[in-house]
Design a protein around this ligand. Structure first.
Ligand code: ADP
Ligand code: MG
Length: 389
């Protein structure tokens, strides 16, 4: 995509204000998963190596006002250890003291601001607040893809006061998701699953216009089956999405492919009785919790020839071992393909990790909601605001 990245600008001697995604899980002040901090390291190191000073900002959780438990101090300390250098912690997000600390930074030095959501102005994207943030540096780098679909002061507002470019994480997301949704190598196959069709209507509509095949799985398939008049027993069905499902099937024609068999269970429980059934044979009191083996091989045949694959939404209730087989089988298929394979969506990313193939696909998107909006064809405000190449 046509957005400048940190590689396209001269950073020497600059004071860089970088929006990272440091929204990490904390337990009693200890970081329990450092994936997001590790993921930001390449951009951070690059900026420092270029001879810039660096001011980092992020949100953390959902604080109401200044909440000490949601301070970014543990992140600053942790980052200091990873970088092997001092990382200064600001006492606040904005204000005179913070400004003085930012101004005093020498090239190569790092300052972490407090949790941007300590201020309600962040999410409301209040211009005066964005201007105060922007006054801390002279160039903006956005590397927080997970919040790029939100026009907040730290993701969008600041770009009204300073030029903005993408970091490596957003750059990679744009390379993969931008290419797949804009100019994919074909055949281009999209796999959509997850619980509810209503969450993904805009994705289905947009992808029907771009993909060569759209393979449906997960709970959302049930609503399509019900719309065809099939009995779904106690399966998750969205009664108010039946008309929408009908119109999507009419629009999709041959492009939209539904499962041919399913794993049905007599309770929503890993310990339930379960069996493989055709989709027209779901008994009363039973519910579909996974795609069946015939569906896996049908989808495998279609995927074999694909040059680009985008997958969002698990094929079944993968959190339960007995209903994870369809999802894991599709993950294995993707891992073996000679194609660009992209995973979007929070649960899909964790399913692929659980299947042990996260490093065998081309790209696992770091943004759940953001990648979904990308697939819907929406312009993400945090990306639109960055400088064009
Ligand atoms: P993502 O986060 O990747 O976008 P979703 O949030 O849309 O994915 O969907 C994931 C959820 O869908 C999982 O929690 C999974 O258990 C659920 N799911 C998948 N198939 C079914 C099904 N047949 N019945 C009920 N829930 C399902
Ligand atoms: Mg989800």
């Amino acid at each position: 995509m046509n957005k400048k990245t940190v590689r396209d600008i001269d950073l020497r001697g600059k004071r860089v204000l970088m929006r990272a995604d440091f929204n990490v899980p904390l337990k009693e002040g200890v970081i329990t998963d450092d994936t997001r901090i590790q993921a930001a390291l390449p951009t951070i190191k690059y900026i420092l190596e270029q001879g810039a000073s660096l001011i980092l900002m992020s949100h953390l959780g959902r604080p109401k006002g200044k909440t000490p438990e949601l301070s970014l101090k543990p992140v600053a300390d942790y980052l200091g250890k990873l970088l092997g250098q001092e990382v200064k912690m600001a006492p606040d997000v904005v204000g005179d003291e913070v400004k003085a600390m930012a101004d005093a930074l020498a090239p190569g030095e790092v300052l972490v601001l407090e949790n941007t959501r300590f201020y309600g102005e962040e999410s409301k994207n209040v211009p005066e607040f964005a201007e105060k943030l922007a006054s801390l540096g002279n160039v903006f780098v956005n590397d927080a893809f997970g919040t790029a679909h939100r026009a907040h002061a730290s993701t969008e507002g600041v770009t009204h006061y300073m030029p903005g470019v993408a970091g490596f994480l957003i750059g990679k997301e744009l390379d993969f998701l931008g290419k797949a949704t804009g100019d994919p190598d074909r055949p281009f196959v999209v796999i959509l699953g997850g619980a509810k069709v209503s969450d993904k209507i805009a994705v289905i509509e947009n992808m029907l216009g771009k993909a060569d095949k759209l393979l449906i799985g997960g709970g959302m398939a049930n609503t399509f089956f019900k719309a065809q008049g099939l009995e779904m027993g106690d399966s998750l069905v969205e009664a108010d999405a039946l008309e929408m499902a009908k119109s999507l099937m009419a629009k999709g024609g041959d492009k939209l492919v539904l499962p041919v068999d399913a794993v049905a269970a007599d309770a929503f429980d890993n310990a339930a009785n379960y069996k493989v059934v055709t989709v027209d044979a779901v008994e009363p009191g039973w519910r579909i919790l996974d795609i069946g083996p015939k569906t896996v091989s049908l989808y495998k045949d279609i995927l074999k020839t694909a040059k680009t694959v985008v997958w969002n939404g698990p094929m079944g209730v993968f959190e339960m071992e007995n209903f994870a087989k369809g999802t894991f089988a599709i993950a294995e298929v993707l891992a073996e393909l000679d194609a660009v394979t992209i995973i979007g969506g929070g649960d899909s990313a964790s399913a692929v990790a659980k299947a042990g193939v996260a490093d065998k696909v081309s790209h696992v998107s770091t943004g759940g909601g953001a990648s979904l909006e990308f697939l819907e064809g929406k312009v993400l405000p945090g990306i639109a605001a960055l400088e064009d190449k």
